[in-house]
Design a protein around this ligand. Structure first.
Ligand SMILES: [Fe+2]
Length: 425
């Protein structure tokens, strides 16, 4: 039976506690050892905190090929440190179990063969308890390496990317278990006390918009951590465009639905309409029509749809159709980033990822990292769309203006929403 959640999820994005990874960067070596130890312990503990409400049975379920079991996430992020850090830099490290590399490698072809993604839910062994032992074994070895290495210049950057990688999986642990729970007709709650995070928009206030144009620089300047797909910084030319300060709400979406949004092919991209027909979409993901009212499956179980809250669990196809219905368009990722840097977007972070109309492509001059870690981002740069911002499930300290998330246009199990843009005529 699931244990009660040990923490209020609404606080997940609260960065008031600081960002341990950032604190560890750019320190003198003696000082940085302590900072990296603290950062490592904090991020690893957050993963276990998120797993704590889940039973062993919850942890093994895989509800669709794209979603992974919680236990697999816990083990995979551990394998990442074992594969890319300990095997490379800790000669005396004793591998916990040689067979785990096959089970918990995700997509790193250069790191060897692996379990097919859709079959991750078939991995009943190791169990949840042995996975905990695996994590403890690797935790001790990484801590020892941080304390003793004479090659911090090589070791600490791998620790750093491993921690950012683990934070990405912390978010997926929640999106994936929500998808699993949504298949259960009893609507189990991950955390019965879960609440939507408080937004920045004032209720009833005019949302407004911001006009941007001209030449701007986007992308990461390498002054702190970034993934390779955020680089290099480069100039973009924007046509005059107005971006909405506010996110599209459930109330807006109910108007779209009432106006035939899901029954008007002319609003939809061809692939989007085909997906709508194949999937039977008539509302956002996880919405349920009960006794004449709309409810939505959330981390707190089934809740009434609140018209004032941002719409969530919509695909790119739905976001694009909504924008067309509204006579507007989705912002490009460059438009989004310029407006975010200017502080012109409410709820840019911590509520819902926001679809952009930008395909996920390499920036001009993009070069993937060398070696197996070069598979992290670059090989996925086709057929997916960029989302910007971050969501209520994104760990504290993991968000930034240049961050590029990406998913297939039909995906809607992430906490994904939208804001609108309009060309200035
Ligand atoms: Fe991963």
């Amino acid at each position: 039976m699931p244990r009660a959640a040990a923490f209020p999820l609404a606080r997940l994005h609260d960065s008031a506690g600081g960002t341990p990874i950032a604190a560890a960067v750019a320190r003198p070596v003696a000082d940085s050892r302590r900072c990296w130890l603290e950062a490592f312990a904090a991020v690893r503990a957050e993963t276990e905190r998120r797993a704590a409400p889940l039973s062993a049975e919850d942890q093994v379920v895989q509800s669709m090929p794209e979603a992974s079991p919680a236990k697999w996430h816990r083990a995979h992020v551990t394998w990442f440190f074992e594969q890319f850090l300990l095997r490379a830099f800790a000669p005396s490290y004793r591998t916990f179990d040689e067979r785990f590399a096959y089970l918990f490698n995700s997509y790193y072809v250069a790191a060897g063969p692996r379990q097919a993604r859709p079959q991750r839910g078939l991995i009943t062994r190791p169990g949840a308890a042995e996975t905990t032992s695996y994590r403890a074994h690797v935790d001790a070895a990484v801590a020892s390496l941080i304390e003793t290495t004479s090659d911090g210049e090589s070791v600490f950057p791998i620790v750093e990317i491993g921690l950012h990688h683990e934070q990405q999986h912390q978010e997926l642990m929640l999106t994936d278990i929500l998808h699993a729970f949504a298949q259960n007709a009893t609507h189990p709650a991950y955390d019965a006390n879960w609440q939507w995070p408080g937004g920045e928009s004032e209720a009833g206030a005019e949302a407004g918009d911001m006009l941007i144009a001209d030449i701007h620089t986007i992308g990461h300047d390498r002054q702190s951590f970034s993934f390779d797909n955020e680089r290099p910084a480069h100039q973009v030319l924007l046509q005059p465009v107005r971006l909405s300060r506010a996110l599209v709400t459930n109330g807006d979406w109910l108007e779209f639905m009432a106006d035939g949004g899901y029954t008007t092919p002319g609003l939809w991209l061809s692939d989007g309409w085909a997906t709508l027909e194949a999937q039977g979409w008539d509302a956002p993901g996880y919405w349920r029509h009960v006794d004449g009212a709309w409810f939505s499956m959330t981390l707190g179980g089934l809740r009434a749809v609140d018209p004032a809250l941002p719409v969530c669990h919509v695909s790119y196809y739905e976001a694009d159709a909504f924008a067309r219905w509204a006579g507007k368009h989705l912002p490009s990722e460059a438009e989004w980033e310029v407006a975010a840097r200017a502080g012109a977007l409410d709820d840019a972070f911590g509520t819902v990822w926001q679809w952009t109309r930008s395909a996920y492509l390499p920036y001009p001059g993009y070069v993937a990292e060398p070696g197996a870690l070069g598979e992290y981002n670059g090989k996925f740069m086709v057929n997916q769309m960029v989302l910007r911002g971050s969501s209520l499930a994104t760990p504290a300290g993991h968000s930034r203006n240049t961050y590029r998330n990406f998913f297939y246009p039909s995906a809607r199990w992430q906490f994904s929403g939208l804001r609108l843009a309009e060309l200035e005529r």
